[in-house]
Design a protein around this ligand. Structure first.
Ligand code: NAD
Length: 294
């Protein structure tokens, strides 16, 4: 029987755990965790993503600091705001919603966020730590994928993980995570030759291409664990993944649906990273208070 990996249910459990964790700190008299979210412009998809993040943050007791800036905001203005948030003690986490307008250099913005508040895990320092096997903040989508893979009970040591897509936010960090768990990793991209030859070898297949229904039953082997990151809108408005779910389902040992698989996990991972940043900041403050003369 194929296991359907229910990201919605798993995400609810994680949010409930985070809420308890935050509550315990509040009861001890600590301040609430603070998450700053910055949105430039009025792109409808980005606005929905940010609204959901703020709402869920609120649900678990994280204080939301909301910056909705006009699209004309200059790079200097944005960097100045981030520097200000970097220096504030009541803000543990900073999220800049991507994509940014073209007059702003995304890489400079990512590098300006204090790595200890970079809960998206995109800062080169955090990606570097992950690649070295000492992660601090792991990018939210691949982190959510790893939770789902673990729920499948798939053996990771020595497994062959095939990842489709090499973006900095999904494919590459996912590859580091799989390597760190002793899987053998193949990364494919739009120029990979004979994709099927690669995907058919996968014990674990993670797809993040943005190509609707790229993968069908003939592209996978029996018993594969399939994690579908893709979110693709068809002309009739239906949301589908990179995987033809109905076609692949019976051949897979476990599979994520779209919607309801990886998507809901991304937000709960953001909040898990935020609570971790908060705990780190509280711990380092307590350390300084315990040794005031040092
Ligand atoms: P991206 O456009 O940055 O990268 C896509 C990658 O797929 C590239 O490396 C490209 O080479 C590869 N690719 C494209 N066509 C391919 C093909 N035919 N065969 C093999 N590889 C191919 O995209 P991204 O930001 O990594 O996002 C990928 C998908 O995941 C999108 O559908 C996006 O909406 C979705 N996504 C979902 C979540 C979530 O929370 N569920 C989060 C991030 C991205």
């Amino acid at each position: 029987m194929t296991q359907i990996l229910d990201g919605k249910a798993m995400s609810s459990q994680i949010l409930a755990r985070l809420k308890n964790e935050v509550n315990e700190h509040l009861q001890k008299g600590s301040r609430a965790p603070g998450l700053a979210t910055i949105l430039l412009g009025k792109d409808p998809a980005s606005a929905v993503y940010v609204r959901n993040k703020r709402k869920r943050a609120d649900d678990v007791g994280i204080k939301s600091f909301e910056y909705d800036l006009p699209i004309q905001t200059t790079q200097i203005e944005l960097l100045t705001l981030i520097e200000d948030l970097n220096n504030r003690d009541d803000i543990d986490a900073i999220l800049v919603q991507l994509p940014l307008p073209t007059h702003i250099d995304t890489s400079t913005v990512i590098c300006t966020v204090n790595p200890s508040k970079d809960v998206d895990g995109f800062h080169p320092e955090n990606i570097g730590k992950l690649s070295l096997g000492h992660p601090r903040f792991i990018p939210c989508t691949p982190k959510g994928c790893m939770y789902l893979i673990q729920a499948s009970k798939a053996k990771l040591l020595g497994a062959h993980a095939v990842i489709l897509g090499r973006s900095n936010i999904v494919g590459k960090p996912m590859a580091y995570m799989m390597l760190n768990t002793d899987a053998t990793v193949t990364i494919c991209h739009r120029n990979t030759q004979n994709l099927r030859q690669q995907t058919k070898q996968a014990d674990i297949l993670i797809t993040a291409t943005g190509v609707p229904h790229l993968i069908g039953a003939d592209d996978v082997k029996e018993g594969v664990v399939v994690i579908d990151v893709g979110i693709n809108k068809l002309e009739d408005g239906t949301l589908v993944g990179d995987v033809d779910f109905d076609d692949v389902k019976d051949k897979a040992a476990a599979i994520t649906p779209v919607p309801g698989g990886v998507g809901p996990m991304t937000i709960s991972m953001l909040l898990e990273n935020t609570v971790a940043a908060y705990c780190n900041h509280l711990a380092s403050r307590n350390k300084h208070e315990a040794y005031p003369s040092l």
